[in-house]
Ligand binder design. Structure first.
Ligand code: SF4
Length: 356
């Protein structure tokens, strides 16, 4: 397929997937491919899938059908979490030419060279336990904000989650490389960087044989906080057991880190948390975090139907989005205890969680 020169991407799922699609797109442009919009005609269509949403399969089939109707001669490549988890199922979708698992998606250009239209779909996948490489990436969501991938994979085994099977062991970018990427984003005019990962709080310096004291997420955030080039940072989501007081203090006292935490609390019931194999108890989360709350916003997420954390767990919510329109005269930020948030004020999110 030497003549195929135009390529279009579609991303399903999370910010991490978006940053990886953006990296793939840049890689392919370096290889000489011309990027097209997904609804335009292209020689190759790449769908970067997600395994979290219930309808991953349906969405994927729908997109492939769309491509087939529009451009039957184009190549269709499926990659991402769903491709790693269910490669055979995807390969059977009529119109799919190539399925790339977690380790192979960044070798897209090489795999495309060997592709012949009309052959049975080719699967390039591997045992997820063998995936050890880290591929950095960033995507720009608007003109001034970028999502920067600094961590991938997860060593936890929460009973409801397939992410470790789709993305493999926890691994991180090198701290120096993260700083370099931030400088590059600053040079492109980006004003806000959202630090993104699967289990972001598990970030650690994995430089082999560096002999340095291990660098964790706090040390990374501390280094970023010193960077004059970037006006704002944001932490995308952090596991409750990894959100330490020192991270909260840093964010609360920083002029660069936005005072906002997204915490996937999942449930307020210890029985449910144990069944989910989460690494914290309901008592361990809230009160150690009180000190800096004056200027820090917390979002806590529970799965629908699970017990909400009973008082004293409280969260500070942005009344204009989480609990309906802001009443006149009320401050932009308000204190609400979990129990005082009515059911009608809860909001379902795309991830299937409920914000209260
Ligand atoms: S910590 Fe998050 S990504 Fe890791 S297994 Fe649990 S839910 Fe999945």
């Amino acid at each position: 397929m030497a003549e195929a020169k135009t390529i279009a991407f579609h991303t399903l799922g999370c910010k991490l997937n978006f940053s990886e699609t953006a990296s793939l797109s840049r890689l392919m442009e370096k290889e000489g491919f011309e990027k097209r919009a997904f609804d335009a005609l292209a020689d190759i269509y790449v769908i970067n899938t997600c395994s979290v949403t219930e309808n991953a399969d349906r969405e994927c089939r729908y997109l492939v059908r769309q491509i087939q109707r529009k451009s039957p001669e184009s190549f269709v490549v499926i990659t991402g979490c769903y491709a790693q988890l269910k490669p055979k199922e995807i390969a059977e979708i009529p119109g799919v030419d190539l399925v790339l698992g977690a380790s192979e998606k960044f070798n897209l250009a090489t795999h495309l060279k060997e592709l012949v239209k009309g052959d049975a779909a080719k699967i390039c996948s591997c045992d997820i336990g063998e995936v050890k490489d880290f591929h950095d990436g960033f995507s720009v969501s608007d003109r001034t904000r970028a999502f920067l991938k600094v961590q991938d994979g997860c060593d936890y085994q929460c009973s409801f989650c397939t992410i470790p099977l789709a993305r493999g062991k926890s691994r991180s970018d090198l701290p120096g490389h993260v700083l370099q990427n931030v400088k590059e984003l600053a040079a492109r005019g980006i004003k806000e960087v959202v630090l993104t990962g699967v289990n972001l709080g598990d970030f650690r310096n994995m430089e082999p044989g560096s002999g340095k004291k291990e660098t964790g997420f706090f040390e990374l955030a501390h280094s970023l906080d010193q960077m004059k080039e970037m006006p704002r940072f944001r932490i995308s989501s952090i596991e409750p057991n990894l959100l330490t007081n020192e991270i909260i203090d840093l964010v609360a006292n920083s002029d660069r880190f936005m005072p906002h935490f997204h915490i996937p609390l999942q449930s307020g019931s210890n029985r449910i948390l144990a069944m989910m194999r989460r690494r914290y108890r309901r008592e361990s989360m809230p009160l150690r975090s009180w000190r800096p709350l004056r200027r820090t916003e917390f979002w806590a997420f529970c799965t629908p139907g699970s017990a909400r954390p009973a008082p004293p767990i409280s969260c500070r919510v942005q009344s204009s989005t989480a609990c309906g329109p802001r009443p006149a005269g009320r401050p932009r930020w308000s204190w609400r205890s979990a129990s005082s948030c009515s059911a009608s004020s809860r909001r379902s999110t795309a991830a299937g969680s409920t914000c209260f």
